[in-house]
Design a binder for this molecule. Structure first.
Ligand code: NAP
Length: 469
């Protein structure tokens, strides 16, 4: 019996990419012995796991354990990791299509959305994506980027990322000591002058995007009192549509959030060194300052009869020296791959990339946030990836994909690119564990910067597992 080997490149080794790799070998196995699969997972970084490594907050080790699950995917024989390979320059779209039967794009969403208000580019106005990357030790971010000399910080947005950054700012150094935050980040957080954190939602608590578990954690921070103004959580005061009250009755997640918030509003604030104010029905209209941020001008909002957020003309100014803009992520276009600038996603039908005429582009697929936008929890990407792989394998079986004949090793070699293999990644991880042991910190401490990461790979660079293919 001849076995058809399907060769797939997955671009991006975050949860979406690795769930795609897993779905590929599991779904192929379920199809019987006539089909086999080889999956190369490419990443521009020398490290796998994407947002699990450089997005999940360091004090959330339980979510980090997803990395253990994803590690088993990477260790599966049909899968190879090719880190430090940049799509578009180290290898182009056309070259990948010439090497593989199919290419799946899973590069996530790492760019911040803009507020588009005056003062957004002042020093001290920062995208939450940069702040998250900083405390996660992303190699593209200078570890000395933040010195946290602001006493008062505004966090714009009430999603889970806003909750993460507010919590990290509020925590004591002792609460972060055993996490994997880089040493320089820990030093900056230890020296932090931040005393007040204002987390600001442009709609009410019933419309907030955070989830109850994450919200509740804000109240468990040892050194901070959470403060809520009872007037701002009155469900009917700013909402003539009655939507907020209806949501509070019909949606148990919203009921859970409201319970936490109402408990805070009923508390007498203590005397902890930091104060974390959770505010609602306020939208930023201007970030104030001449060179650096000195304040934030907010406008009181409400819903109109059609449920849209509108300004009331009533303003307030917060004296803050830092503004963290946490209003959602966006994907960035990949060179040569169709992209919808309106939704910031790759246009697709059930994971098949489609062109302007809505026809599938042979051999190209998309998964994760790049496919559906930055929504859902990490696990959402599993079913999402499985759908993309079902489309891919259905096409393979009806031979709609083009069989690639070139080899990626030759292309990378020709450009002097030495990919970081899975063994190289394990060497990085080993060095991070040794560093933690030397410093007497937790299980791992992140290495910072490209040089340190590549130095830790040592001779393991370029030696691809399964290179005999
Ligand atoms: P998000 O959940 O979409 O929240 C964005 C927030 O920004 C919303 O409150 C939104 O308000 C607000 N916003 C948007 N534009 C604004 C503007 N112009 N002015 C003021 N506010 C504005 O995005 P995210 O927090 O970046 O999270 C992204 C995804 O990652 C989510 O699916 C999230 O659950 C997930 N995540 C999960 C965890 C976890 O599970 N622990 C941690 C981090 C992230 P409106 O609703 O009014 O638009």
């Amino acid at each position: 019996m001849t076995v058809q080997v399907v060769r797939v490149a997955v671009v991006g080794s975050g949860p979406a990419g690795l769930y795609t790799a897993e779905a590929l070998f599991k779904q192929v196995a379920a199809l019987g012995d006539a089909l086999d699969v080889e999956v190369d997972v490419l990443d521009r970084l020398p490290t796998p796991y994407g947002l699990v490594r450089y997005g999940v907050a360091p004090d959330h080790p339980s979510i980090k354990s997803i990395a253990t699950y994803l590690q088993r995917v990477l260790e599966n024989p049909p899968v190879r990791f090719l880190g430090g390979v940049r799509f578009g320059s180290d290898v182009t779209r056309d070259e990948l299509l010439a090497c593989y039967d199919a290419v799946v794009y899973a590069t996530g969403a790492m760019r911040d959305r803009r507020l588009s208000i005056p003062g957004e580019d002042l020093a001290g106005s920062v995208a939450a994506t940069d702040f998250v990357n900083w405390y996660c030790g992303h190699p593209d971010i200078d570890p000395g980027m933040f010195c946290l000399d602001a006493e008062s910080v505004a966090v714009i947005g009430v999603g889970n990322v806003a909750v993460d950054v507010a919590r990290i700012l509020a925590k004591t150094p002792a609460e972060l000591y055993r996490t994997d935050v880089p040493e320089l980040v820990l030093a900056a957080l230890t020296a932090s002058k931040v005393r007040e954190i204002h987390m600001i939602g442009r709609r009410g608590p019933a419309q907030a995007k955070f989830t109850t578990k994450e919200l509740r954690e804000l109240g468990q921070v040892a050194g901070a009192d959470v403060v809520v103004d009872p007037a701002e959580i009155d469900l009917d005061a700013f909402d003539p549509t009655g939507e907020s009250s209806r949501l509070a009755e019909s949606d148990r997640h919203i009921r859970g959030n409201l319970k936490v918030i109402r408990d805070w509003a009923a508390r007498v604030p203590g005397d902890r060194p930091r104060r974390l104010a959770v505010r609602f029905w306020l939208r930023p209209v201007e970030i104030l300052g001449s060179r650096r941020v000195t304040g934030l001008r907010l406008e009181r909002t409400r819903l109109d009869e059609s449920g849209r957020v509108v300004g009331t003309g009533e303003h307030e100014e917060l004296p803050v020296q830092m503004v963290l803009r946490s209003v959602g992520y966006q994907s960035v276009p990949l060179p040569g791959v169709p992209f919808d600038e309106r939704t910031c996603t790759v246009p697709n039908a059930e994971g098949r990339v489609i062109d302007l005429h809505r026809n599938p582009v042979p051999g190209e697929y998309v998964a994760g946030w790049l496919k559906r936008g930055p929504t859902g929890v990490i696990g959402t990407n599993k079913s999402d990836a499985a759908q993309t792989v079902r489309s891919l394998l259905a096409d393979i079986q009806t031979r709609k994909t083009g069989a690639g004949s070139r080899r990626i090793e030759e292309i990378l070699d020709g450009r002097g690119v030495q990919p970081v293999s899975y063994t190289g990644w394990l060497a990085i991880e080993q060095r991070e564990m040794e560093l933690a042991a030397e410093l007497g910190r937790g299980e791992k401490v992140k290495l910072v910067g490209w040089d340190a990461l590549l130095a830790a790979c040592g001779a393991a660079r370029g030696a691809l597992r399964g290179a005999e293919r």
